[in-house]
Every structure is written in C-alpha cells, then in structure tokens.
Design a protein around this ligand. Structure first.
Ligand SMILES: [Mg+2]
Length: 139
C-alpha cells in the first residue's frame, strides 16, 4: 500500500503539559523510518515553514535524533481550519487532540472522519507507544 500522508499536531499530541509525551522518541523514529517524506506538521506553530516548529520543539525535546527526524517533517499552510492544510484527495491520517466543528464537517463531506485520530494523552498517556505498535490505517 502507498504510504498515507500523516499530519501531526504538536500540543496535546507530541507534548503533554509542556513535556514530551511518553513514547515520543519511538513514535518520531517510526514515522521517520516508515513514512519519511509523507509526514506534515498541522499545528498553530507552523504556518508554512519548519523553522518555527523546530525552535519551539527544542524547548521540550532533548533527544538529538528525534529533533533531526523532526527536521524531515514538512510544513503545511492553513488559516482558519486545519483541513485547509490536508490533501483530501490522498489517503491520510491526522493526529490531533482537538477537532473543530467546521473541520469535522469537511472531513464528513469527504468521508474521511475516521482518518482523524483524536488523541487524549490525559486519559491515555501511552497513546504514542500504542500507535507505533498498531499504526492507524486510512479508510
Ligand atoms: Mg493540539
């Protein structure tokens, strides 16, 4: 199967209360190994460039390998809805801890709501480890 595009939020997904989430290093290593070239930032910390994302993450991520792999992740551009940054014509998985009503509508219209993985690190702190064990597959 072709690698899906993978879209990553940061706060509440990779970071939890200003700390690296459990399993962050292995999650990023997995993405870099299996999906490099198809991974995108989808976060308020990225508006078209990777530099601002990396300088933000450097405050929280100490592992040099992880930061290097994060440097391979591509930027997106969006203004109001994160769905603007998603190529809805391609298979994708979107990890986020929040889904706005308008974004949900767009996903539903594209029969892609199940491709959005709602992450809740408060209730499931080991989520990133679980994704590496059993990576979501696009519908
Ligand atoms: Mg978030």
């Amino acid at each position: 199967m072709m690698s899906p595009n993978i879209y990553l939020d940061i706060d509440g997904v990779l970071l939890s209360n200003g700390k690296s989430a459990i399993g962050l290093d292995s999650f990023i290593a997995y993405l870099d190994d299996k999906h490099q070239g198809n991974v995108y930032w989808l976060t308020t910390h990225c508006k078209g460039s990777n530099d601002s994302v990396i300088s933000y993450l450097k405050q929280f991520v100490g592992n040099e390998q992880t930061l290097k792999a994060m440097g391979h992740i591509k930027p997106t551009k969006w203004n109001v809805a994160k769905t603007e940054g998603i190529d809805l014509d391609q298979p994708f998985i979107w990890f986020d801890d929040n889904l706005l009503y308008g974004e949900k509508m767009i996903l539903e219209q594209n029969n892609a709501l199940e491709n959005m993985i709602l992450v809740n690190l408060k209730d499931k702190p080991n989520s990133l480890e679980n994704f590496v064990q059993d990576f979501p597959i696009p519908v």
